[in-house]
Design a protein around this ligand. Structure first.
Ligand SMILES: NC(=O)c1ccc[n+]([C@@H]2O[C@H](COP(=O)([O-])OP(=O)(O)OC[C@H]3O[C@@H](n4cnc5c(N)ncnc54)[C@H](OP(=O)(O)O)[C@@H]3O)[C@@H](O)[C@H]2O)c1
Length: 290
């Protein structure tokens, strides 16, 4: 069975910074689920290897919620942190030993028996596609991981692994302040393979709201004007802009505020015309199309 992502996903990257009690984290999870935001994005390294356990601690207060959500996690980056004193330098590792150990640690921290999707976090120059595909098959056979994908992969890197084992997504950065995926082949490939890309930092990590560089100021002026005209919000307009792409992108928001998800979800009903889409693109690029 293929994976069913929600149209908007929630990311736990910043969860360790939120300073929430387990009850408040549970309330955030439940509010997301009630909005139809059922896909939660994690990585082993978030919060210097602490965020998954924060989520798992909250989930354990109401374990039945697990059946209503899809859990995505990632591995493959080795961070230098006091939590991993054995890491000498920051590096990538997609060896079967590291991937399997990372999945086991994620399952324990998240207090779940399976990941819906495992992503390789960043392209590893030393990735052996055949070996990794074999490792994925093993993880699937043991029931620990149901689907596999990658993140921040170029189209050729994606193809290298996808030839060996069917991937479900490439999670990439994209926003009016990060336009490369529209021209570097990433979204062409997603559309061609009919694999919706997950979009990280869809609100440019908050830069849409408080960025002071020229591009942020230009984009904000357009988004705020449109939000005002449509009785909407900057978040809704930014998500509608991303979701207008025919590859059916899935914005992965990283807000601690439930309202941000409410605003993102309402983007599903906002149909943006082509000129408006290009107006936002042009504000980000700092020029009109050729
Ligand atoms: N695969 C990768 O390499 C990769 C890399 C980075 C992130 N990710 C994933 O993508 C997820 C989202 O990334 P992100 O957190 O950068 O996404 P984002 O949704 O673009 O940015 C979230 C940030 O924007 C702020 N924000 C949202 N609405 C705002 C508003 N109206 N006014 C002011 N600030 C506002 C949030 O603050 P508040 O909480 O106060 O709303 C938060 O600090 C992460 O959690 C992670 O799961 C993946």
């Amino acid at each position: 069975m293929s994976v069913q992502f929600s149209r908007i996903a929630a990311g736990a990257w910043r969860m360790a910074d939120w300073g929430m009690t387990p009850q408040a984290r549970l309330a955030w999870i439940e509010a997301c689920l009630d909005l139809g935001v059922t896909t939660f994005d994690h990585a082993d390294i978030y919060g210097a290897y602490t965020a998954e356990a924060l989520f798992g601690e909250a989930l354990a207060l109401k374990p039945a919620l697990r059946d209503r959500m899809q859990i995505v996690s990632k591995c493959g980056i080795k961070l230098v942190t006091p939590n991993r004193p054995e890491h000498r330098i920051k590096s990538y590792d997609t060896s079967p030993e590291h991937v399997i150990a990372s999945v086991d640690a994620s399952l324990k921290a998240l207090k779940t028996d399976h990941l819906d999707v495992l992503l390789i976090h960043r392209p590893d120059a030393l990735m052996n596609a055949a070996e990794l595909a074999h490792c994925f098959e093993h993880l699937r056979a043991t029931g620990k991981v149901r689907h596999f994908g990658v993140s921040n992969f170029t189209p050729s890197q994606f193809e290298l692994l996808n030839k060996r084992i069917a991937l479900v997504t490439n999670q990439i950065e994209c926003s009016p302040l990060y336009l490369e995926p529209f021209t570097d082949g990433t979204l062409d490939q997603a559309q061609s393979l009919e694999l919706p890309p997950m979009i990280w930092s869809p609100l440019a990590g908050g830069q849409l709201f408080h960025g002071t560089d020229e591009a942020s100021v230009r984009v904000r002026a357009v988004l705020e004007r449109l939000a005002h005209e449509w009785h909407s919000t900057v978040t809704t307009v930014a998500c509608a802009w991303l979701m207008r792409h025919p590859s059916r992108p899935i914005p992965v928001l990283g807000s601690q505020r439930v309202q941000a998800y409410e605003e993102a979800v309402s983007a599903v009903n906002l149909k943006m015309d082509r000129e408006t889409w290009y107006e936002i693109w042009s504000a980000g690029a700092g020029r009109s199309v050729a």
